[in-house]
Write a protein that binds this ligand. Structure first.
Ligand SMILES: [Zn+2]
Length: 109
């Protein structure tokens, strides 16, 4: 049976909008130049650490955005169920559980 690409696409678009919004908030925070620099070293260490956490999150959400966009494009192009590695049809259950996947279970292993 074919996966319900219309409802999968709707879900992907919803998540994309959500991730984009969160990521924009993060970028805004990262670029906030009004922040006053901590006065002592221990505060400074904490300050830098927080920034690294934020940056890591930013990279992660960017990866997610790419994956979501790719999946939506694959649906639009009608190649959503085709494995990009071997060309076989990706199982519907796999796509429903992992909607951003573009490889079949064998190629993912
Ligand atoms: Zn494959």
């Amino acid at each position: 049976m074919d996966p319900d690409t219309a409802s999968i696409k709707a879900k992907l678009e919803l998540e994309l909008a959500d991730v984009l919004q969160k990521s924009q908030r993060l970028i805004k925070h990262l670029r906030n130049e009004d922040r006053t620099l901590p006065k002592d070293w221990s505060e400074m260490a904490q300050f830098v650490e927080n920034d690294e956490v934020l940056e890591a999150l930013e990279v992660r959400s960017r990866d997610r955005i790419d994956a979501l966009r790719l999946a939506i494009r694959r649906i639009d192009e009608g190649v959503y169920t085709r494995c990009t590695d071997c060309g076989t049809t990706i199982a519907s259950e796999r796509l429903e559980t992992l909607p951003t996947t573009h490889v079949c279970v064998d190629c993912a292993a």
